[in-house]
Design a protein. Sequence first.
Length: 202
Amino acid sequence: MLEGTLWAGVWDPASRTFSFPQVDDFGSRQQGMPLEMLYNAKGDRLFVTTAKPGFVNLYDNSDPQQPKFLKTIAAAGGAHHSVLSPDERYLFVQNSFLNLDGMNDGSITVIDLKADKVLGNIDTLKAQGFNPNCIMLLPNQPGDLRASRIIDGAGGDVLSRESSRSTAVALSVALLFAHIRCDFMRAPLRRRSRLCPSARAG
């Protein structure tokens, strides 16, 4: 992580040992602090976030022993956890790594992987001084849970109707978990021990 490189562990069944060839050096693109690796369902695409200054790196993973770098898409400082929409068109990136300077932007970046561009950033928590800590998807639920259309600056639809439901779930869960964690971190230590048995005053 601190070295800013990506390595692959390749198993040799004959010698029963691993070899570790280097796959990428993020420093060559002025990036540091790689944090999370995410694969699509097929396993032929790899997404790696780097927290400083905040990017998503895309790879062709058709050959898992030697992923091929494709492109970099900017997120925001602290780019960390990420999740794909069920149709794998959209990537949501949670931009916050602990509370380190330059790596705690607090936004959620929405990337259209089909168009290879950032659709925008969700600043709901950032505007309140909070930092999201995780992001995940829930299965589709019964009922009328649907996202309102997100409109870009030109007045066009950013997210399609087909993906609006999954988008609503992803963003709702991201905001909920981030808000719970922020409330917990703001609570006095004595109250934290009641919220979480593992929290103890030092």
